[in-house]
Design a protein around this ligand. Structure first.
Ligand SMILES: *Cc1c(COP(=O)(O)O)cnc(C)c1O
Length: 432
């Protein structure tokens, strides 16, 4: 039997020869950059394997704990592995941490006390943190517990406002938050180098100020993490980068022993801390996901760069631009109209292995102040290390595109999105 040509398979998946040829042309030009990304993946893969060997990960670690979860060797070893990977004293990596927002809330609430001030030095924090902090009044917020909040915006070019930071630090400033990734903003993502500089600057002013980095979407993009440069805590979600697509839930906090203990007392209970929290069968997925994470992140990065170059050529504003160095796996594309944003998300959805036949619709999401459209045909619900796109239905109608467990799937998704925009007459294939 003759095999089907790859062009024919693309055609069956809804990609015209015109769109495919355009994609191949863009891909060819990106091959040298892709090779660099693979080099980083190799480095980070070795880092993870080295940590797993050092911590003597064994088949016993994959057994499932129930009940209180005392002495869960898999959970405890996993936390040791995370601490090794992030070069911190300790880590809290739990299924009981429900998401990234929860991990951040636990890290903040566990380490702040009434009368303390939280200072964000990277401008407005991620949308869902507004309610955690109490920027938008919310029941149970840090504000209700007497923690005040201030922020120093980034400068127009996306760099830290060092004089502004110096002026904002007061005796009650207890914790500084730095958000690595842009989130739902169009500012540039901060490099680990830039974050390292800010950490040094702040610690020089007052060494007792705790520094927390919201590390979401940044893990394994570079060879070093903010914790390599003195961050007291790095925090993220396991259904993003470090879960490698296999973690079905969870979050992590890696940092100093003191900070991690404080967070653990908040997550479970004063007095109990890290000693409780049954692993309920997720250990193997957590280990295996972390093992895969460096190469999964590499595939997602290639997809992000591919998307940037495709949409830049079509005249849309993309952040980061097609040539910029990468510090996270998110790609923003500004469509300027709701129709463009919606068509893009429809295309991503149509390329998915799961739920490819459903049409994403904008809806009101808890934690967000406008309708949000989300495209995700994921094995793990809501996972954004899997190929996904989302964006708030408000100007500049930017789609935030991320993930792809494999580069090949990311490529298909981006081509399908382009096809959808062409079908709707938003872009003209004749100009390609
Ligand atoms: C995703 C994200 C969060 C919140 O994580 P959830 O798992 O969605 O709660 C916080 N900060 C940043 C920068 C993020 O990207």
């Amino acid at each position: 039997m003759s095999q089907i040509a790859i062009e024919e398979m693309y055609a069956e998946l809804g990609i015209s020869s015109r769109v495919l040829a355009f994609g191949q042309e863009i891909e060819q030009k990106l091959l040298p950059r892709f090779a660099e990304i693979q080099k980083n993946a190799e480095y980070n893969q070795l880092k993870v394997i080295r940590a797993m060997q050092k911590c003597r990960v064994s088949a016993e670690c994959f057994q499932s704990g129930t009940g209180y979860g005392y002495d869960d060797i898999g959970r405890d070893t996993l936390e040791e592995v995370y601490a090794n990977v992030f070069h911190t004293e300790a880590a809290l990596v739990r299924a009981q941490i429900t998401c990234g927002t929860h991990a951040l809330a636990v890290a903040l609430a566990g380490n702040l006390r009434p009368g303390d001030e939280l200072l964000s030095v990277s401008g407005k924090p991620y949308d869902t943190l507004e309610e955690v902090i109490g920027i938008r009044p919310s029941r149970g917020s840090l504000a209700e517990y007497g923690v005040s909040y201030r922020q120093v915006d980034l400068l127009a070019d996306g760099s830290f406002d060092f004089p502004g930071i110096r002026a904002a630090i007061r005796p009650e400033t207890r914790l500084v938050e730095i958000q690595r990734s842009k989130g739902y903003q169009t500012r540039p993502t901060l490099s680990v180098q830039a974050i390292a500089e800010a950490i040094r600057f702040i610690k020089d002013i007052r060494s007792d100020i705790l520094i927390l980095v919201d590390n979401c979407y940044g893990e394994f993009v570079e060879r070093q993490e903010p914790s390599d440069f003195g961050a007291d805590m790095v925090v993220g979600s396991l259904i993003k980068n470090p879960g490698g697509g296999l973690a079905p839930i969870g979050g992590y906090i890696a940092g100093t022993r003191q900070c991690i203990e404080n967070a653990a007392y908040r997550l479970t209970s004063p007095g109990l801390g890290r000693e409780v929290g049954a692993s309920l069968g997720v250990n193997r997925d957590f280990f295996q996901g972390l093992f895969l994470a460096p190469t999964v992140v590499a595939g997602a990065l290639k997809g992000a760069i591919f998307a940037a170059n495709i949409y830049e050529r079509l005249g849309f504003k993309v952040v980061p631009d097609g040539t910029e160095e990468r510090h996270d796996i998110i790609q923003a594309v500004e469509f300027g109209t709701p129709e463009g944003l919606i068509a893009f998300c429809e295309g991503i959805q149509a390329a998915a292995p799961v739920d490819s036949y459903v049409t994403p619709e904008p809806w009101a999401m808890p934690g967000y102040d406008s309708d949000v459209i989300m495209a995700a045909g994921a094995f793990i619900q809501g996972s954004s290390i899997e190929l996904s796109a989302d964006g708030p239905l408000k100007p500049p109608y930017a789609a935030y595109f991320q993930g792809g467990l494999t580069w090949e799937h990311a490529k298909l998704g981006i081509l399908r999105s382009l096809q959808r925009l062409a079908e709707k007459g938003i872009v003209s294939l004749e100009e390609l």
